[in-house]
Design a binder for this molecule. Structure first.
Ligand code: SF4
Ligand code: SF4
Length: 112
């Protein structure tokens, strides 16, 4: 097959994806080995985690990082790798996550 138009969205540098390119299968509870948790006090809102998350699990509100949707997150750890200030770390699945007031769902959190 020649040309790249059919697969162009999947060829962005760094594996980035465009909004709505990916389907949004909900993982529910099959994730293993922990989940990412962000310390919003450390976050500088560069939104690299949002840009690189392959599953669109990083949540924003008014262009501000607010957390992670654990129904979508597959725990690939890309957000952990790209965060320039180490604001995101993997924690055990059962770790307590403190909701942030106004966060909107259980993905908006503050690491304890
Ligand atoms: S661990 Fe992977 S899927 Fe989950 S929020 Fe981070 S980049 Fe997205
Ligand atoms: S990559 Fe890190 S600093 Fe940037 S928005 Fe995400 S959590 Fe915040």
């Amino acid at each position: 097959m020649s040309g790249s138009s059919a697969f162009a969205p999947f060829s962005l540098p760094g594996g980035r994806v465009l909004p709505d390119v990916t389907s949004r299968p909900r993982t529910g509870s099959w994730r293993s080995g922990g989940r990412p948790a962000a310390d919003l006090r450390s976050c500088v809102n560069c939104l690299l985690c949002w840009a690189y998350c392959p599953d669109r699990a990083v949540l924003t509100r008014d262009a501000v990082f607010v957390g992670i949707d654990y129904d979508l997150c597959k725990a690939c750890e890309i957000c952990v790798a790209v965060c320039p200030v180490d604001a995101i770390q993997m924690v055990p699945e059962e770790a307590e996550i403190q909701p942030v007031k106004g966060g909107g769902n259980d993905g908006a959190h503050r690491r304890t």
